[in-house]
Design a protein around this ligand. Structure first.
Ligand code: CA
Ligand code: CA
Length: 448
């Protein structure tokens, strides 16, 4: 029998929590200017000879407007997000391209070499300073951070290598002070199409503060010959990096694993840690356990998709690698390419592509119970493929690069970015109410 007094008390508490959450939970930050290291002109192979378009009409009116601008603004998605050195780094990703559809009124141009905007692999390097609310971004003239995966052409002109750039997804990077100089290096594993499966490493405090890139030794081949990875997971525990699942990683149809010893610069290979290949999931670490949340599941040599928008949560116990991946729970709503982080024993999963389209859900998975709850604090837009990271103090960064579907049905990349403070476990959460979970896409107001 329910006691009416208790019932009233709980209801009032819930209302108060909702009001607090909705009023001040997500703070929108400056948008990532996402300068892309192309220069207008036609004098060099691969140089863009058309204005850089953007997939977010109306955002950057003026010099960087896609119809009148000359260079620069280039929102991506599936880029990595890393918190390090009190900054938030956003790197790589997919730029706007033909395969993803064109916004109404825009057509994707390509350069006179038949390359460029129709390409699915582009890269960027942007650094956000949360204290100043400012970004610095890679540029073709090399006045910003050194671009990721760049080439230098005639006259020292810099651009991303056509066909390079990566979309590793948000779950394939971490920070680690490798040389113990007090500055964390950024490690990005694999990405498409880095077939050697190595780590690309950014050391931010060299080269006059513009940083420099290097590579680890390549990964070790699996029996299939594969050793690259994208849309997979990569986390660090101590001085070991665990690189797991994803596409083009290990024998087809299986989830495999490699462990990279950061100190010894050596790889260890574990084939077939799960009978299905997982990709497009979120990943996080609690203690010595790695969690993979949501994503896509594939089986067999042909990599047949067996499950889109997986609700499954898998766990890898790094103290018992032989046990492989264990199914430990489900999400409230299955999503691919969510923004996922771990903090103080919980896994936080924001947004993602669900069967009903992009969501703004804020799901919280408790590995102690295997139960997922949903915060009453949705991201302000429905999105997926977003960069994300969490600071040591519990500030959750989402965006700077992400994708959403607008009310016209078009997919847009956007560089909008938000932060929130992760709530303590058990606070600001409520039981799952299915009817209210998936909200329809919203049209974002054009910026003035
Ligand atoms: Ca360092
Ligand atoms: Ca350094």
């Amino acid at each position: 029998m329910r006691r009416s007094g208790l019932h009233v008390s709980l209801t009032v508490s819930a209302i108060v929590l909702v009001v607090v959450a909705q009023a001040a939970y997500w703070t929108e930050r400056q948008q990532n200017p996402s300068w892309f290291p192309y220069r207008q002109g036609a004098g060099d192979m691969y140089m863009m000879d058309l204005p850089i378009p953007t997939a977010t009409p109306g955002f950057m009116a003026g010099p960087s407007d896609p119809l009148t601008g000359v260079q620069g603004y280039w929102p991506t998605y599936c880029a990595v997000g890393i918190c390090a050195n009190d900054k938030y780094y956003v790197c790589g990703g997919q730029g706007p391209n033909l395969a993803l559809g064109a916004p109404a009124g825009y057509a994707w141009p390509s350069n006179s070499y038949g390359q460029g905007y129709s390409y699915i692999r582009q890269s960027l390097m942007s650094v956000y300073d949360p204290a100043a609310d400012t970004w610095t971004c890679a540029k073709w003239d090399m006045t910003g951070p050194v671009p990721y995966n760049y080439s230098t052409g005639t006259g020292g002109v810099v651009w991303a290598r056509v066909g390079d750039g990566v979309y590793p997804g948000a779950a394939q990077a971490f920070a680690f002070d490798y040389d113990n100089d007090g500055t964390e290096e950024i490690y990005i594993h694999g990405g498409y199409p880095i077939w050697d499966g190595w780590f690309t490493i950014f050391d931010p405090d060299v080269n006059g503060g513009q940083g420099a890139w290097s590579n680890s030794v390549p990964a070790v081949n699996y029996s299939s010959g594969y050793k690259a990875q994208y849309n997979g997971g990569c986390v660090r525990i101590g001085s070991n990096a665990y690189v797991i699942a994803g596409s083009f990683w290990g024998p087809p149809g299986l989830s495999s694993l490699q462990v990279f010893d950061l100190a010894a610069n050596t790889w260890s290979v574990y084939e077939g840690v799960y009978s299905t290949n997982l990709s497009r999931f979120g990943a996080g670490v609690v203690g010595t356990k790695v969690y993979l949340l949501g994503g896509m599941e594939r089986v067999g040599l042909s990599e047949t998709v067996s499950l889109r928008y997986s609700p499954h949560v898998f766990m890898l116990d790094t103290e018992n690698l032989a046990a492989g991946l264990t199914h430990v729970g489900i999400l409230a709503v299955g999503v691919e390419q969510p923004c996922a982080v771990a903090w103080r024993g919980r896994l936080y999963v924001v947004a993602g592509l669900s069967a009903a389209g992009p969501t703004n859900l804020f799901q919280v998975f408790n590995p102690e119970t295997g139960v997922t709850t949903v915060n009453d604090t949705p991201l302000p837009i429905n999105a997926y493929g977003g960069s994300c990271a969490i600071s040591t103090g519990g500030t959750f960064f989402v965006g700077g690069a992400l994708r959403y579907t607008d009310t016209d049905g078009t997919n847009y990349n956007t560089s909008r970015a938000w932060t929130c403070l992760i709530p303590e476990p058990g606070v600001l959460t409520r039981a799952l109410v299915l009817a209210s979970l998936c909200r329809g896409p919203r049209r974002r107001k054009a910026s003035p």
